[in-house]
Design a protein around this ligand. Structure first.
Ligand SMILES: *Cc1c(COP(=O)(O)O)cnc(C)c1O
Length: 360
């Protein structure tokens, strides 16, 4: 099999989705499965839908078009504000988009009328993390304008925390969103179908036994489904698989080498200066054919007995304390979210979809 490659255990991803859907269902919360870290993989999307997600979320229109083209009929939500230059494509392929700019929503309305359809919008509210969102004080005025647009269906409101400033979803910010939903409904006499509380970082809040979820009835989950972790402390969620996706690289050099460099030293390929390691005489070093072009080398975990010494564009250098692998053999690495996104979107990394749990 070719390397580098991602071994993707579809059944484990499906299990993670199913487990989250079941545990949130009892709280009245539906799951939008976010596939943005997978480059819009239809194989993964199908697993997440089979696990009970009611819609799929994608940040790029290209990936939404790919999912549609693969025959996925589920509701598709563009979870990044549409670019003005792409609004026509957004209306054609996405059912709903997350929005925070009136000009964009006006444009979506005009495109929708042109295409003889209505486009759903969820208005994003800024609740402290300072990424996308309408300021709460501006929300009522904003809603009144959106309701006047004939091509737009106001589906709900939402927020996104944790991604930009690490703000933790909690009782205070979630109640604020619930209260905004209720006040919009009573002011305008509308029903907001979706109150989207956030992403995987909301799970510790949602699963806390003391939590009253209020009006929140929707979460957009990516990392927790793919990697089994919540992003606040990066702990593994109970009962979920954290290794549904792993990365396999091939050894291209395996030799005894000195533990210290020889010669005057300047910057390395990526501008870091090498820290001096404790001299340990000769040590066994290997090179795996992986680098910055394939992944985020800081986000991978080597197998036991190996230590990552550094990475350039195409070379990953490791020290090995266990028995040295021969040239041509493979090494398997764990991935964090950053390494997952980069490797899934690298043209050099292939994918091996594993249907059943062969290596359990
Ligand atoms: C990425 C993203 C998500 C999913 O986040 P995870 O932490 O992977 O669950 C949800 N909503 C928005 C707006 C996003 O950008």
């Amino acid at each position: 099999m070719s390397a580098p490659r991602l071994d993707i255990h579809l059944d484990q991803i499906g299990h993670n989705a199913r487990s989250l859907v079941n545990r949130l269902e009892v709280k009245g919360i539906a799951v939008c499965g976010v596939t943005k870290a997978t480059l819009g993989s239809p194989e993964i999307a199908r697993q997440i839908l089979a696990g009970g997600a009611t819609s799929l979320g994608e940040s790029r229109i290209e990936n939404i078009e790919k999912l549609r083209g693969a025959g996925i009929e589920a509701e598709l939500i563009l979870i990044r504000s549409p670019m003005m230059s792409q609004i026509d494509r957004v209306v054609s392929s996405a059912d709903v988009s997350l929005n925070s700019e009136l000009d964009v929503i006006s444009g979506l309305s005009a495109c929708a009328l042109g295409q003889n359809r209505r486009h759903g919008v969820i208005l994003m509210v800024e609740l402290g993390d300072l990424r996308e969102g309408i300021m709460p004080c501006d929300l009522h005025e904003f809603v009144s304008r959106v309701l006047a647009l004939p091509g737009i269906e106001l589906r709900g409101i939402g927020t996104n925390l944790a991604c930009q400033s690490g703000v933790i979803p909690d009782g205070a910010n979630m109640s604020e969103l619930s209260a905004l939903a209720s006040s919009i409904e009573s002011t305008f006499g509308v029903v907001l179908e979706i109150i989207s509380g956030g992403n995987s970082a909301n799970l510790p809040w949602a699963f806390d036994a003391t939590t009253d979820v209020g009006r929140i009835n929707h979460l957009r989950l990516g990392e927790s489904i793919l990697l089994g972790r919540e992003p606040i402390h990066r702990s593994v969620l109970s009962g979920l698989h954290a290794d549904a996706v792993s990365l396999v690289g091939e050894v291209i050099e395996s030799k005894e080498k000195p533990s210290q460099p020889r010669g005057a030293q300047g910057q390395t390929a990526f501008g870091e200066s090498v820290q001096h390691r404790q001299a340990r005489g000769e040590s066994h070093r290997i090179i795996v054919a992986l680098g910055h072009q394939d992944l985020d080398p800081d986000g991978i975990t080597p197998p036991i007995g190996f230590e990552i010494l550094g990475a350039s564009s195409d070379h990953l250098v490791l020290a090995c304390v266990a028995s040295a692998p021969v040239v041509g053999s493979e090494l398997r690495f764990g991935l964090n979210y950053s390494a997952l996104v980069r490797s899934m979107t690298s043209p050099f990394v292939s994918r091996n979809y594993v249907e059943t749990d062969q290596e359990a």
